[in-house]
Design a protein around this ligand. Sequence first.
Ligand code: COA
Length: 262
Amino acid sequence: MDYACENLLVDVADRIATVTVNRPDKLNALNSDTERELQDVFLALRDDDAVGGIIVTGAGTKAFVAGADIAELSGLGATQGKEFAFQGQTTFTRIAQCPKPVVAAVNGYALGGGCELAIACHLRVASENARFGLPEVQLGLIPGHGGTQRLARIVGLGRALEMALTGRMVAAEEALRWGLVNAVASPDALLDTARELLGQILSKGPLAVQYALEATLRGSDMSLDDGLYMEATLFGMACGTEDMKEGTKAFLEKRKAEFHGR
Ligand code: COA
């Protein structure tokens, strides 16, 4: 599959696609072209059978993504601003709803749209120099790519409000305590840590992973009753797969399962 882009680097190896936002001289700030490319790339990765999971990271050692491109933002009026937010939300929702696991490898500043990109990913691994923040209020703005909605679902209302109202940056260790990231690694070990995490997931039944993702993510927006109903439906679908027959048989025969995603 051809993933040629102007602002993203895409590399596929060992069933893992690494998508690197590549504007290091602007601390990987997301302009509209980069967001459009992210949308297109995630659509293509979803449909690429050679890809089992995705890592998102930023080029260089200083920033994951330092936010939406403030130079672009500064000229927006009310109507364009709403459109801009819709476009970003659509892009990040595509990432959040990707049926394959997506891990953010946060290698520095994850501010504004960068923080929102990280929390649209399913899991997050941070380097020791990572800093998460929603500094939009400092620009007379609010987060517009899902930050006011997704962050509270991960860290709770109090911490999300603190970040959105003060713009304070949260360092990697604090983010780990908050449950905002799943692991912290040294900058040199960051990508390997993300690959290892993804590798653990990819060794499991792919359909089961997909259903677990769907049940957990969709369920967080549903009533408990509706969520439990969906869980039972997806559990039933998992029971209908060859992978489930193989997984349970392998356990009983005391051998490693060989999953084929069927
Ligand atoms: N949009 C556009 N350009 C950005 C950017 C953004 N969000 N963040 C950084 N840049 C650019 C800077 O303008 C600078 O470009 P220049 O060299 O052409 O002047 C370059 O990236 C390097 O950034 P700089 O500010 O010089 O680095 P620093 O180490 O002094 O500070 C930050 C790093 C992250 C603290 C600072 O860049 C910053 O506060 N960025 C904006 C964060 C933000 O508010 N994001 C939310 C946007 S909605």
